[in-house]
Design a protein. Structure first.
Length: 301
């Protein structure tokens, strides 16, 4: 992958992406603290685009009243936001380990630390949004949290950057829909806008670093990391919507979660968020024949 973000398969060398990102002026995302956190929610407006709600287009969706749909969008937004905080905390741990392994004065180290600062601010913003949403705490199950906590301590940079791209591409795809939907609650749109603008830099950096580091791996390591990244993709996709959000609006969580997973619209939506990533990973060799069934099982390929 060269400095323009396209994949190249030559000998990996340090690209100028980190230097370019460090030299670029700050993007006009604005300060998240200046968002109108105290504004009353717009009556009857969803917290996410209707088509992003997991049950959209299902038989259960047709039976829900408008108020239930709004409530479901609120709880699902809290679930996705909670996933964002969890994922960014894991990512920050991995990025700090990447920075510790690089020369202290390198552009890679300086940009990696810059991104850690960005992710910390994003987690603060998401936490503030959760306070406004005022829902139960959703997120990955305790076993998944323990597993990812251990993974963050041993992950190779290839696994770190690949996992970062999976999370960022999924959230970016969902949040872009919110940014451009005038029906969505203004605060949710603004939080999404800030995150989308700033994540564009992170995606560019992660794509470049992944390709550079992948190019020097042995075939055995490539095969191993292809499987761990695929497993991570499945964990991320399955953790987006905590099934307890359905219980919060009076639905059976097991049956409803199963209906949402089988929804053709939901499957197509998730695939659309990772379409470019899957193409890039396939071209790079990160989605192997052995790993592809895991990506399909996750609904991302």
């Amino acid at each position: 992958m060269n400095a323009t973000g396209t994949i190249s398969h030559g000998t990996p060398t340090r690209t100028p992406v980190a230097e370019r990102l460090l030299a670029a002026p700050d993007l006009p995302a604005g300060d998240w603290r200046e968002l109108n956190w105290d504004a009353a929610p717009v009556d009857g407006a969803p917290w996410a685009p209707w088509t992003s709600v997991s049950l959209w287009g299902t038989p259960t969706w047709t039976r829900l009243g408008h108020a239930q749909r709004v409530e479901l969008s609120r709880h699902e937004t809290a679930s996705v936001t909670g996933l964002g905080i969890w994922a960014e905390n894991v990512l920050m741990q991995m990025l700090l380990r990447v920075a510790a392994g690089e020369p202290a004065r390198s552009a890679c180290t300086r940009y990696t630390l810059t991104e850690v600062g960005d992710e910390c601010r994003h987690s603060l913003m998401f936490s503030r949004l959760l306070g406004v949403l005022d829902t139960p705490d959703y997120g990955p199950r305790p076993a998944a949290r323990r597993l990812t906590g251990a993974f963050a301590g041993i992950a190779h940079p290839v696994e770190a950057f690949a996992t970062a791209l999976i999370v960022e591409e999924i959230l970016d795809g969902l949040q872009r829909l919110a940014v451009h939907d005038p029906e969505v609650q203004p605060l949710a749109r603004e939080v999404s806008r800030v995150h989308v603008v700033e994540e564009a830099r992170h995606i560019s950096f992660a794509r470049d670093e992944l390709a550079r580091r992948w190019g020097v791996l042995s075939p055995a390591r490539r095969a191993t990391y292809a499987m761990t990244v695929a497993a991570g993709a499945g964990l991320i996709a399955s953790s987006l919507i905590d099934r307890q959000v359905y219980a919060a609006v009076g639905l059976d969580p097991r049956r409803t979660a199963r209906e949402a997973r089988r929804s053709e619209h939901r499957q197509a939506l998730l695939r659309s968020t990772t379409a470019r990533l899957v193409d890039d990973f396939t071209e790079l060799g990160l989605i192997t024949t052995a790993a592809r069934p895991l990506w399909r099982a996750a609904g991302l390929a």
